[in-house]
Design a protein around this ligand. Structure first.
Ligand code: G3I
Length: 361
């Protein structure tokens, strides 16, 4: 699956050929804050960034990017300087792109794609078929033919719009039940049956022959009942010739004590790689409600190291840029501080944990 070649997401996808992983010149000026804090610099040009460290190991380092923050100069500078891969946090979801049936709105997604192009980041589209952030007209459809048509049209329009600009897609997101016993009981499964997953991937492939197509889920990073179910799902797809290229391991976790071990994650990655699939860490954050920055650093380091040790692992993406914009704020505790940059865009200790892991330290 593309081996370990630097700067690529894999064979068929070809990563759109923009070479963003090559440690290209970061754009924008960080004001010497975040990067210098992370590297002990003195305000001079940054010596190493997350993206340059990742590129040395032939991988991409990404962030969930939120279009609503791009006007904030520090946000834009850090996003441009530190990352080589972007996942729109919400902007390409069904509720945004097709709020009204048949009427497509790409403005905010286009904004992220333009930012990425200007700053030499590749983009992974997120997400085509998901039971959350779905406009109310979708679950209102109870007729299978009608819902099938709506799903295929949605995929076709969105993927076609971004063809050549988005190098990978999360085609189906979170489709497995949390207990791993079955597919999740979404409107798609209830009305269309299990075949909706294959159909979604086939539609995505028809709309873009080069994008890398991913199944993406949470709670299935290590070895457990849910990851067994993900494995069974994608193994079946591969055996049926369904066009799937990889599996995204979201990695919304806490410190090591409350999370799958890196060894467990490595084992899960290996069995997926043995199917000929790529893997990515797609949405990593490490909340430290009752923990500390040292344990957070170790966690980021160890998971990135697991990716570096696995040739099929193409990228690590963190789910946001500064702590203050994390989706986790106020969810599990007031200040989970789960990301790599603090509220002032200063690099946290975990930043160097990531860089050390890319350098094999
Ligand atoms: O856009 C509306 C706005 O019009 C309204 O005024 C406001 C009021 O609350 O809500 C806004 O929508 C919010 C949306 O983010 C955009 O900001 C939703 O309430 C809010 O629920 C939504 O949260 C997103 C969440 O997915 C939805 O499930 C998070 O930002 C986003 O980080 C999160 O991302 C997911 C991945 O897509 C899939 N994996 C899990 C991950 C974390 O939950």
């Amino acid at each position: 699956m593309g081996g370990t070649s630097a700067g690529g997401l894999g064979a068929a996808g070809g990563a759109g050929g923009s070479g963003a992983g090559e440690g290209g010149t970061p754009a924008g000026g960080g004001g010497g804050t975040a990067t210098d804090a992370g590297t002990g610099g003195t305000g001079a040009a940054p010596q190493v960034t997350l993206r340059s460290a990742a590129s040395i190991s032939g991988r991409f380092f990404g962030a969930a990017i939120n279009a609503g923050h791009l006007d904030e100069s520090d946000y834009a500078a850090v996003a441009a300087n530190e990352f080589s891969f972007a996942t729109p946090e919400n902007e390409m979801k069904w509720s945004v792109t097709e709020k009204t049936r048949g009427t497509f709105t790409f403005d905010s997604g286009d904004r992220i794609v333009a930012f990425a192009a200007q700053n030499n980041l590749l983009v992974k589209g997120h997400t085509l078929v998901w039971h959350n952030q779905l406009p109310s007209w979708v679950p209102a459809i109870q007729d299978a033919t009608d819902l099938h048509d709506a799903m295929i049209n949605h995929i076709t329009q969105v993927v076609s719009h971004y063809r050549g600009q988005v190098v990978a897609w999360d085609v189906v997101n979170e489709g497995i039940a949390d207990n791993g016993q079955s597919l999740r009981s979404t409107t798609f499964y209830q009305v269309l049956g299990a075949g909706y997953v294959d159909d979604a991937f086939r539609a995505a492939r028809a709309a873009d022959p080069y994008a890398r197509l991913y199944y993406n889920d949470y709670g299935a990073e290590g070895m457990n009942a849910k990851s067994n179910a993900v494995y069974d799902l994608v193994q079946g797809m591969v055996s049926r010739g369904v066009p799937i290229n990889g599996v995204g391991l979201q990695m919304h976790t806490g410190p090591a004590a409350s999370s799958p071990s890196a060894a467990d994650v490595a084992k899960n990655m290996q069995r997926l790689a043995d199917l000929g699939l790529d893997v990515m860490i797609t949405e990593m954050d490490v909340q430290i409600c009752t923990s500390d920055l040292t344990t957070q650093t170790a966690r980021f380091h160890d998971i990135v190291a697991a990716c570096v040790a696995q040739p099929a692992c193409k990228a690590v993406t963190v789910w946001g840029v500064p702590d203050k914009y994390s989706w986790l704020n106020g969810q599990t505790c007031t200040t989970p501080r789960p990301l790599l940059f603090d509220d002032n865009y200063l690099a946290k200790p975990a930043y160097m944990g990531v860089i050390d892991a890319f350098f094999g330290r």
